[in-house]
Design a protein around this ligand. Structure first.
Ligand code: SIN
Ligand code: MN
Length: 221
């Protein structure tokens, strides 16, 4: 269990790399509960939460539902594998993205201009991981906005050149915001570890971690 006394101590905003910013405790408890309720809705079929097969023949350990555009490794389309239309990307989530960019970069103009049209919602059970990768299937280099719910994880934020060090390990907790763009947009990143049982029960996620990333696809139909 999380040490709730520790949870009362505010964690500091951190600039992890150029234009890569961690804002701890960005979503209030009520906002986390609302985002979780939306994730539960999005997870339902059709075009709901699913396992993801990789072209290599393997399977990702996270399960995923997409909004706006469906991500298949390694391309986007308007339909999921069974042919159903991808769920729409809601306007309110775009507003969350604009506020996120404005606050992460302390730049209201950049925030107002941000127009995300894709969300990937990843569910990690206690053993799921995500290897170091670049978000490279978007045709736009606008920032990625990441929101976390549930259990804590180690989020590894590397460099744009190689999948190896240097990297920084950041503890992402429920309600945290992480934004990466600009010179860090193509940085390798991943989730080597979930810390089971660390989530605040008040958020309402029984176990595991949800991560919602907002992106600008740069795609048109
Ligand atoms: C991702 O890279 O798409 C997800 C990162 C995370 O789960 O924090
Ligand atoms: Mn990614």
């Amino acid at each position: 269990m999380t040490d709730r006394t520790e949870a009362l101590i505010p964690r500091a905003r951190a600039q992890v790399a150029d234009c890569a910013v961690h804002l701890p405790d960005w979503l209030r408890l009520e906002q986390q509960r609302e985002l979780l309720a939306a994730c539960h809705d999005w997870a339902r079929p059709p075009a709901g939460m699913r396992t993801v097969s990789l072209p290599s023949g393997g399977m990702m350990s996270v399960r995923m539902v997409c909004l706006g555009w469906h991500w298949h490794p390694y391309r986007y389309s308007r339909t999921v594998d069974e042919g159903a239309a991808v769920r729409p990307f809601p306007d309110w989530l775009g507003e969350v993205g604009r506020r996120a960019v404005a606050e992460a970069y302390q730049d209201p103009v950049a925030g107002a201009a941000y127009r995300p049209d894709v969300a990937l919602v990843n569910y990690y059970d206690s053993t799921a991981k995500m290897g170091l990768h670049q978000d490279r299937d978007e045709h736009s280099r606008e920032p990625v906005v990441s929101l976390s719910l549930g259990d804590d994880c180690v989020f590894r934020f590397g460099n744009c050149r190689t999948r190896t060090r240097p990297w920084t390990d950041v503890l992402l907790r429920s309600g945290d915001l992480f934004v990466f763009g600009g010179p860090s947009r193509m940085a390798y990143h991943g989730v080597p570890k979930i810390l089971p049982g660390t989530g605040d029960p008040a958020v309402g996620l029984a176990g595991g971690r949800l991560n919602v990333t907002l992106r600008v696809s740069g795609l048109t139909d």
